[in-house]
Design a binder for this molecule. Structure first.
Ligand code: EPU
Length: 428
């Protein structure tokens, strides 16, 4: 088992480059199943979730060729397998996009139950509701090899209202509806940058999707989608994580290769706290300067353009380094505070105020003296928060279970070192 060993206490300074977005890549890679020729995808992050998705596609009959460090040629035209029971499927959440893509292209899919980071219940009822509205029948099998199968004789456009905003359901329904007969409308759709990225990719292939990035997405089905060359957007959450790390360590650094608009929910909170954030539009970069004192604030997570739930654990650490008492409310996931006990090992003053599901919140008292600790990553973003915590502490800390972190952060050691961090990856 590998772990990170971090000796913190230094302000992060310098420059760091942001990679392509994980949550775009893991949807756009399976979306190549819908094309009638090969696709070339650029700016693909080097993370384990992407490699897992490539392995799954290869086992299904696709060819995947790496053209350079971040560019891949994917030919999914030879895929014949629609029963996707490879063990890797159960290792990642985004394998649910195989359902939408296979349903859209082959009208049938039988996929092992998706796995991924576990923080409480992660239902997919809205995905299934969408598939059903398009004319598909589905069944969910429980047990050891739990799986979901969807089948349709015809896919016909439909009006689909979602009572909860869901990124995955919005994107999966887009995949299934893009070649359906007639028009599909998704109401109360998710507006995350990766929803827009997938729509742009599909439109470039010949799809007719309007309104992505708003809460009403209209998809007019087309007969064929052709292969394209497409570059994935920069990762909003990776950028936000480095911005937060720089701020928490009272550093000053330039975060490069970003889309400033995507970072507004994060930047505006940093500014509220008294941290200086400036955007250089010519260079697609953002500078964070937290050399001076900064102050606690209240944070409520919400679907985009609200404050991202995937930045919630990292902000807990930032609030622990701020002056005063901060509050964090998690309103997207029912249970995303399991990592708190790990951060508490550093002496952080965090208390969970229990009210009722989805109303629990954290009280974080800033400015406490912290000590090095042995922490265990409980999921991807919690792991990132533990790295930031360790970087703030003038003693050695270790973080184990780093497989979670490597699912979604490209070249984490090199990037933190480019900011002056003392971080090593060692085999235990
Ligand atoms: N929900 C339902 N029914 C559904 C689907 C979702 O009730 O059918 C609920 C969930 O329980 C949750 C809320 O809707 O309360 C939002 O879930 P969503 O479907 O938006 O999440 P997701 O698509 O499964 C993606 C990201 C997550 C990120 C969420 C929210 C991917 C692969 N994952 O998950 O990213 O937290 O959106 O923004 O895109 C991460 O990157 O660390 C990560 C967990």
């Amino acid at each position: 088992m590998s772990k990170f060993v971090i000796k913190g206490g230094k302000s992060l300074c310098g420059e760091v480059n942001i990679s392509g977005a994980k949550n775009s890549a893991v949807a756009i890679i399976p979306a190549t199943i819908l094309a009638n020729s090969f696709c070339i995808l650029e700016n693909i992050p080097n993370i384990s979730d992407v490699h897992t998705m490539f392995q799954i596609l290869k086992q299904m009959g696709a060819t995947v060729e790496q053209l350079d460090a971040t560019t891949y040629k994917i030919d999914a035209t030879k895929i014949t397998v629609t029963d996707v029971f490879f063990p890797q499927v159960g290792n990642m959440r985004a394998s649910y996009y195989l359902l939408g893509a296979l349903l859209g292209q082959k009208h049938t899919a039988n996929v092992l139950m998706p796995g991924g980071c576990e923080f409480g219940e992660r239902p997919i009822n809205l995905h299934l509701k969408g598939f059903k509205a398009l004319g598909a029948e589905y069944s969910v099998l429980g047990g050891l090899n739990a799986s979901i199968s969807v089948n349709a004789k015809r896919l016909v456009g439909s009006y689909i209202y979602m009572d909860v905003v869901s990124v995955g359901a919005t994107m999966n329904i887009m995949l299934a509806a893009v070649k359906a007969e007639g028009t599909t409308v998704i109401e109360n759709a998710a507006r995350e940058p990766h929803v827009v990225d997938l729509a742009n990719f599909l439109n470039m292939m010949g799809a007719n999707i309007k309104g992505a990035g708003t809460s009403t997405v209209k998809i007019t089905g087309v007969k064929e989608l052709h292969g394209v060359t497409y570059s994935i957007i920069p990762d909003q959450i990776e950028a936000g994580t480095y911005m937060t790390a720089v701020a928490a360590t009272h550093g000053k650094a330039v975060i490069k290769n970003i889309i400033p608009k995507h970072l507004e929910p994060i930047s505006s909170k940093l500014v509220d706290m008294g941290i200086k954030v400036s955007v250089n539009y010519d260079e697609d970069s953002i500078t964070v300067n937290a050399i001076e004192k900064f102050y606690a604030c209240d944070v409520i997570t919400a679907p985009h353009p609200g404050f991202p739930t995937d930045m919630q654990p990292q902000f807990v650490v930032l609030l622990a380094m701020a002056e005063g008492t901060g509050i964090i409310r998690e309103q997207v996931w029912e249970s995303r505070f399991q990592y708190v006990s790990e951060l508490q090992k550093t002496g952080m003053d965090i208390t969970i105020q229990s009210v009722k599901k989805k109303d629990d919140f954290l009280l974080i008292q800033g400015g406490k003296k912290l000590n090095g600790a042995e922490m265990t990553a409980t999921d991807l973003r919690a792991g990132a928060a533990m790295i930031i915590a360790a970087l703030c502490i003038d003693e050695e800390s270790t973080i184990s279970n780093i497989k979670f972190i490597e699912r979604g952060y490209d070249d984490v050691i090199k990037k933190f070192r480019s900011l002056g961090a003392d971080i090593q990856r060692i085999e235990d």
